[in-house]
Design a protein around this ligand. Structure first.
Ligand code: FAD
Length: 337
């Protein structure tokens, strides 16, 4: 059976959520198209996390647990992964587009002599006919991502090399439920690391900076754009606080210096899907929309009735945000008291 491999990134809390999201998505695709799902777990003292990957959907976990991997070292990690892949020959290999995934995946792809699509916003499996040769390929990985500045969505395929590789944006798929009745196979690998593997790279210390804003797990996001101006962001923050939500922003607002990059939603920001997304003074450019279109309910506040954001909004309020938001705040305060 063809295999989908998923890189299981380890963070302090255990398996990183973006890797669990990918296990879930790989499981869906595997069930539909007849693949198996294997997780690739690399680090030191990580063997104990293998069951978690099985509970989330993997049927097999490949573990490389070695003291030399206690600090993330790109060269050792690449070596470990490449050795397993060369033996196991997966058809597809997915990495989360986290900082680590973005660094590790292309290096692994280069060592394996295959292609990679970075930062996909969707992955599918489908057949493909080469438009030039007419040759048919079955069950290829469609690596889907915005391109040309977000103006078109490209579906990229890798017909001739294996594995087909992609990094996938955190937040586009959901973390699958934990099913402790699932069972699977755990395969432990012993790799002989050598001086050559580490080359001239020595990791002295790892400092992890925590995100100050947790947009991806927020249930409500109130986002401001260029129309909000700095004064509007004061209102947006107040509204978000009253609703128990987080503050998001368009790139225009971030570029203007009204709010930090941590808050940016979109193609070059974060992908979010809260229960409620309120877009305030945001026009709805495609590069913004790709980051929030999967929100359950989208509410847009914009004074331009023709603003593209209204095309994807479930509820639209046409008017001046400096009139509408104070009224919303007032009503919420009354309701709360
Ligand atoms: C490669 C690339 C990547 C990009 N990545 C991102 C990204 O990650 N995220 C992102 O957001 N953008 C991104 N952009 C930029 C994107 O193309 C848009 O320029 C940006 O989203 C526009 O932001 P905005 O909607 O806040 O501003 P504008 O498009 O200027 O819209 C402002 C809106 O505010 C409304 N408005 C003004 N005053 C009021 C008022 N008083 N009350 C109510 N409404 C009002 C206006 O009617 C208008 O619709 C990217 C662009 C490129 C080329």
């Amino acid at each position: 059976m063809s295999k989908i491999f998923v890189y299981a990134e380890v963070v302090e809390e255990g398996i990183a959520e973006p890797s669990l999201e990918l296990i879930g998505r790989a499981r869906e695709l595997a069930d539909k198209h007849g693949f198996s799902v294997s997780a690739m777990l690399v680090g030191f003292g990580v063997r104990k996390l293998a069951d978690e990957l099985i509970y989330r959907g993997a049927s097999e976990v490949h573990v490389v647990d070695n003291e030399v991997l206690s600090k993330y070292n790109l060269l050792f990690y690449t070596r470990a992964i490449v050795e397993v892949v060369e033996n196991e020959k997966p058809d597809i290999f997915l990495f989360p587009a986290t900082t680590t995934g973005r660094e590790l995946a292309p290096r692994v792809a280069a060592r394996l002599g295959t292609g990679i699509t970075a930062d996909c916003t969707a992955i599918e499996i489908g057949d493909y006919v080469d438009p030039i040769t007419g040759k048919k390929y079955e069950k290829l990985l469609y690596q889907i991502r915005p391109t040309f500045g977000g103006t078109i969505m490209a579906a990229i395929v890798t017909p001739n090399h294996r594995p087909q590789m992609a990094t996938v944006r955190p937040g586009v798929y959901s973390v699958p439920p934990r099913d402790t009745s699932r069972s699977g196979r755990i395969k432990e690998w012993t790799i002989d690391f050598s001086e050559e593997d580490v080359g001239c790279l020595e990791v002295l210390e790892v400092k992890r900076e925590r995100r100050k804003v947790d947009l991806r797990s927020a249930k409500i996001i109130v986002s401001g754009g260029r129309g909000a101006r700095p004064e509007g962001f004061k209102l947006i923050r107040e509204l978000a606080e009253l609703l128990g939500g987080e503050v998001g922003a368009s790139r225009a607002a971030v570029d203007a210096g009204w709010i930090s990059y941590d808050h940016q939603v979109g193609l070059t920001g974060q992908t979010v899907k809260p229960d409620i997304y309120i877009a305030v003074g945001i026009s709805g450019a495609i590069q913004h929309v790709v980051g929030m279109k999967d929100s359950k309910i989208i509410i847009a506040i914009n004074k331009d009735p023709e603003a593209p954001i209204f095309r994807i909004a479930d509820y639209g309020l046409v008017g001046d945000l400096f009139v509408i938001i104070p009224k919303l705040i007032e009503r919420l305060k009354v309701a709360k008291s």
